[in-house]
Design a protein around this ligand. Structure first.
Ligand code: NAD
Length: 356
């Protein structure tokens, strides 16, 4: 059976990296006898230019009918002064909402050859390999509309969650841990917040359903500290929306380059949207020098989480690691003794490593 994948290249380097990921998936298709059916739709600035909307209806329809969506990036200076409904990022928020993507998964891995690019000492980052599972559609960012009271001298933001919203993200985190090293760190602020107390109760209840996964609870302030003092202690971290927002950005600097960070956002019905953590990089767009690895690793996540193809996903992860270990790097990655390659060359090297 063919797996239907919608490609949303978007703007800037989005198109350059998304077609690199497609080449890699085609290599996987040949090697493992998997069928993919690709189609491309517009989102972001290019969609504004062509359809006068950052998220045309046909893009939403195609994504809803697909098995998975790969997204490049949106945005650029050309649209920076547009009115708010004609801003490229509206497309991104719109598609996340339309697909009801409640779980955001961001792996962060310290690749051996790139440790020098990290702002942390090599011996701290060496061996780190963690996954942050963040709740994406509840909590403080989606509570009752924020209010200013008392002539602007007081403010109210509301942190609201249902039990069901917490249970589904906790389940997703346990299942993700089962695919990895089977250790889950649940991050909350249960010494202060009622929402965190319920969160902790749910994790405690759920752990009986996943006896192969070990669990620990860490307060968010301690987690922030441990992420930079001892990142290797983590396997999967699960947390609510705002804590996850902050911790995932903190964790993203561990690897030293935005060009290396994939992400997945998942819906309950199985559709997932996979995208690099970086933006459209207008400063290097069109030069053919973008690092395609974040996008390629996002495609690997798609195989793992949407298609249950763990072996195929691992083949991509391994190919990337092998190519980096051979000393090849794109311009964003420092590697003094390595070989500098462009987007196309890096993609071909990864394809070759898969084929070998
Ligand atoms: N998910 C998204 O689509 C997304 C996310 C962040 C920013 N943006 C948009 O992207 C545009 C640029 O934003 P920004 O400059 O703050 O962030 P950015 O991530 O696009 O770029 C930040 C820096 O990292 C570099 N970089 C990023 N990805 C790279 C890659 N794959 N290879 C090599 N270098 C890479 C860029 O050249 C730039 O110097 C803005 O319009 C912003 O709104 C979109």
């Amino acid at each position: 059976m063919s797996n239907k994948i919608v490609l949303l290249p978007g703007d800037g380097i989005g198109a350059e990296v998304i077609y690199a990921a497609k080449d890699v998936l085609e290599a996987i298709s040949k090697k493992f006898d998997l069928e993919f059916e690709f189609s491309s739709y517009d989102i972001g600035g290019i969609a504004i230019d062509k359809h006068n909307s950052p998220l045309p209806v046909e893009t939403i329809d195609a994504c809803k009918k697909s098995d998975a969506v790969l997204l490049g990036a949106v945005g650029g200076p050309k649209w920076d002064n547009n009115p708010s409904d004609l801003r490229p990022e509206r497309g991104l928020l719109g598609i996340r909402k339309a697909l009801d993507l409640y779980a955001n998964l961001r792996p962060v891995k310290g690749f051996k050859k790139l440790l020098a690019a990290s702002p942390l000492k090599e011996d701290i980052i060496n061996g780190s390999d963690l996954l942050i599972v963040r709740e994406l559609t509840g909590g403080l960012y989606f509570g009752q509309p924020s209010e200013r009271r008392d002539n602007g001298n007081a403010v109210v933001d509301t942190l609201a969650y249902t039990k069901k919203e917490m249970e589904r993200i906790v389940d997703k985190a346990f299942q993700s841990a089962q695919l990895r090293h089977k250790h889950l760190t649940s991050v909350d602020k249960a010494n202060v917040l009622e929402s965190s107390k319920l969160w902790r109760e749910i994790v405690e209840e759920k752990k009986n359903e996943y006896p192969d996964v070990t669990v620990e609870h860490v307060l968010v302030d301690a987690a922030a500290m441990k992420l930079i003092t001892n990142p290797t202690q983590f396997d999967v971290i699960v947390t609510e929306n705002m804590f996850g927002d902050i911790l995932s950005d903190e964790a993203s600097v561990l690897t030293g380059s935005l060009g290396m960070l994939p992400s997945a956002s998942l819906a309950e019905n199985g559709i997932g949207l996979y995208e690099p953590a970086h933006g459209s990089a207008p400063d290097i767009a069109g030069k053919g020098i973008a690092n395609p690895i974040a996008m390629i690793l996002s495609a690997a996540m798609m195989l793992r989480y949407s298609f249950d193809k763990n072996e195929e996903a691992s083949a991509i992860d391994k190919a990337v690691e092998d190519v980096l270990n051979q000393g090849y790097h794109t311009a964003d990655l420092q590697n003094e003794n390595g070989t500098l390659v462009n987007t196309k060359e890096m993609t071909e090297l990864i394809v070759k490593a898969i084929e070998s």
